[in-house]
Write a protein that binds this ligand. Structure first.
Ligand SMILES: Nc1nc2c(ncn2[C@@H]2O[C@H](COP(=O)(O)OP(=O)(O)OP(=O)(O)O)[C@@H](O)[C@H]2O)c(=O)[nH]1
Ligand SMILES: [Mg+2]
Length: 295
């Protein structure tokens, strides 16, 4: 994570701490009264963020002193990581008795912690035979392309950890078998998101697959994407659009894949991690700056 600057202000907007500054940051200091007001007005202690001058600025009010913590990062920084960073920094500040003379070191060490925790946990869900186990097996290096692979239902749970899929963070997959089908909720606190597998060649079970996803979404408010699997034997034209409409999700979230050959798997994982998981975090609200706010 590349943070450009981290600063702390007291209730009178006086700067208490600052890590290295961004260049030409007058515009930033003009924003501080506005950020302070927003932070203190927020009903609960929560990280808020806005995009300004092509920077992502996340801020947070620390009680009881009402200090304002502000982190400035490049726009493509993960909100999830920024929130994690600010949470740890506020915790450190509230628990340190003395003033933080080595503020830069404190920030650097928290950034290292946040970066080392970036592992992602993904649950694989969907009807039987939709291809969840074939998907996790597809990462095994010595696996021959198995055009006629037999089907072995998964009864328990496969946990597969992958460290080096392209430039993605380490991922742990939970391939949930039948014995766990009534206990998916157990994994909701474990997972950062899920992939919902649909056998796109099985038109008879499309309705059943759609109902199951609806149940999951009612239950879990987690980032997800749909894997429209078995694209090699699918007869539908424009699968993304068809499944998007049928399952009432944006077709942007639907990825066509063939788990036998691995086609489409990387875009699917990138979409889930970079767009759905990293791109959103419920407790971070994006504030839209107005013309007036910098006074
Ligand atoms: N044609 C085709 N067949 C596939 C593809 N992916 C998986 N299959 C086959 O579909 C069958 C079921 O795949 P699994 O991965 O075992 O399905 P699953 O979702 O793990 O099923 P459960 O463990 O019962 O929940 C197997 O015979 C696979 O070889 C694909 O992309 N194309
Ligand atoms: Mg399986």
């Amino acid at each position: 994570m590349t943070l450009l600057s981290v600063k702390v202000f007291d209730i009178n907007n006086k700067e208490l701490y600052s890590s290295v500054s961004i260049s030409n940051d007058l515009w930033f200091y003009n924003l501080i009264p506005y950020l302070g007001k927003l932070a203190r007005e927020s009903e609960r202690e929560q990280v808020q963020a806005l995009i300004y001058n092509n920077y992502l600025i996340a801020f947070f009010n620390i009680l009881p002193e009402n200090s304002l913590l502000v982190a400035i990062a490049s726009v493509n920084t993960s909100l999830r990581k920024l929130e994690h960073f600010l949470g740890l920094l506020s915790h450190t500040m509230q628990n340190s008795k003395r003033s933080l003379e080595n503020f830069q070191d404190v920030c650097d060490s928290i950034i290292r912690t946040v970066d080392s925790h970036q592992e992602v946990k993904i649950s694989l869900l969907g009807l039987e035979r939709s291809g969840k186990t074939t998907f996790v097996n597809s990462f095994a290096k010595d696996r021959p392309l198995a055009e006629f692979e037999a089907y072995y239902p998964t009864s328990l749970l496969n946990i597969v950890r992958m460290e080096h899929i392209h430039d993605l963070p380490p991922i742990t997959f939970f391939d949930l078998g039948k014995a766990f089908s009534q206990q998916w909720w157990r994994f909701s606190s474990e997972s950062d998101g899920y992939i919902y597998f649909v056998d796109s060649s099985d038109s008879h079970r499309m309705k059943q697959a759609q109902v199951l996803l609806q149940e999951l979404r009612n239950f879990w408010d987690l980032p997800f994407v749909i894997a429209a699997n078995k694209i090699d034997v699918c007869r539908i034209t424009n699968v993304k659009k068809y499944i998007g409409r049928k399952f009432q999700v944006s077709s942007r979230k639907v990825y066509e894949i063939n788990t036998w050959t691995g086609t489409g798997i990387l875009p699917l994982l990138k979409g889930l991690i970079n767009n759905e998981i990293e791109g959103t975090k419920i407790s971070v609200s994006l504030v839209h700056p107005t013309e007036k706010m910098t006074g």
